[in-house]
Design a binder for this molecule. Structure first.
Ligand code: NPG
Length: 367
């Protein structure tokens, strides 16, 4: 397949309720959508970076710039290529895994549409539906948190994830346990604790959490291992796992016993599958994280989360939890599960009217 042109499209989707974390609050989700024009048809991808470099060093303006000036030109100059070549072609450019992942996703979509095969089948999915967990942002009060969680459980979500940080951990966890009994519950610290604050996390042990996600800083694998030794709740890593190599290191040093996989964070769906495979070989459960993706990224995450090693519910919500208007047909969970798309490629594409309404700018990069 030859890539003839790369269309970079910025979109902005209003959120139905603001998403608040310790690093800030947003009432819309900007995204960078890439459309590849190839000799075998088109393919769509999504760069999941945020507006600001608050989750990782990537952010949307940088993703667009590096794609425009460094990544797209390499893809356009590569001649014939397949999805398995993309990481090597883009490899000389350091970093920017989310921008690279968007291009690989679009190549996969184009190539699979051309042969009528679904992404799920290509990645090795064994399931037709995925259990949905809901990630709850920081709420203005415990009562507001409980109301929000009650609404999600009524809608059928099968697992609840709470954001925690020092000073806001025990109280929300205890309140949710007290009100909702043995609901499947986990917490995400996004690196907010220092290693010597492990007693704050040990205090959560009596609440039988599924896991505590990313307790310490992204580059502190030995610190995560120290926390994992001190607490009973399984430690899961998210931000720290940037590749199959870091996953192997994390497991070797005992930094985690569960892994969150996000294709954007690790540079693409194919690297995500490699991490899945090494975790399965090590007997380590994995689950699919979420980054408030539009329907495009959501479709890709569903295909990935249908692989056999994804044994914990994903951070995958229905479109309506975030957006009143999505780029694609909305994803609607039934009984807390989302169906894995079965159509060629991603199995979804932007709806022309929604795409027009949500687009804020478009640029085309040609050979
Ligand atoms: O359901 O897509 C979703 C959101 C899940 O809270 C969620 N993700 O830290 O994992 C996280 C968090 C996040 C959101 C990270 C947005 C980065 C961007």
């Amino acid at each position: 397949m030859r890539v003839e042109a790369v269309e970079l499209r910025r979109v902005r989707l209003p959120l139905v309720r603001p998403f608040t974390t310790a690093s800030g609050s947003s009432d819309s989700r900007g995204s960078l959508v890439v459309r590849l024009l190839t000799d075998g048809g088109e393919g769509w991808g999504e760069c999941v970076a945020l507006d600001a470099p608050l989750y990782s060093s990537e952010y949307l303006d940088a993703g667009q710039h590096v794609t425009r000036h460094h990544l797209a030109p390499r893809l356009l100059a590569a001649g014939g290529l397949g999805a398995e070549d993309v990481a090597r072609v883009l490899g000389p450019v350091q970093g920017h895994p989310m921008a690279k992942a968007a291009l690989e996703m679009a190549v996969l979509d184009a190539e699979l549409r051309a042969v009528g095969r679904s992404l799920a089948s290509r990645l090795g999915a064994t399931r037709t539906e995925v259990e949905c967990g809901v990630a709850v942002g920081v709420a203005p009060s415990i009562d507001a948190l409980l109301d929000e969680v009650a609404g999600y459980l009524d809608e059928g979500y099968r697992r609840v994830k709470l954001k925690v940080h020092p000073g806001a951990d025990l109280e929300p966890v205890a309140a949710v346990r007290a009100r909702f009994g043995d609901v499947a519950l986990q917490v995400d610290a996004n690196g907010a604790y220092s290693v010597d604050q492990w007693p704050l996390l040990a205090a959560l042990d009596p609440f039988d959490l599924l896991l505590v996600e990313q307790p310490v800083a992204v580059d502190d694998l030995l610190g995560a291992a120290e926390v994992a030794r001190r607490i009973r709740t399984p430690v899961c890593l998210d931000e720290s796992i940037t590749s199959a190599a870091t996953a192997a290191t994390a497991l070797a040093v005992g930094a985690c016993s569960v892994v969150n996989i996000k294709p954007g964070r690790v540079g693409g769906l194919l690297e995500a599958v490699r991490i899945h495979d090494l975790c399965v070989a090590a007997g380590v459960p994995v689950w699919c994280g979420g980054m408030l993706e539009t329907g495009l990224g959501r479709a890709a995450n569903l295909a990935l989360a249908a692989l056999p090693g994804f044994t914990l519910p994903a951070d995958l919500s229905g479109s309506a939890r975030y957006f009143s208007l999505d780029l694609t047909e909305p994803f609607v969970p039934v009984d807390g599960r989302l169906a894995v798309p079965t159509g060629p490629g991603l199995g979804v594409a932007p709806l022309p009217d929604a795409l027009r309404e949500l687009t804020t700018s478009v640029e085309l990069v040609r050979r």
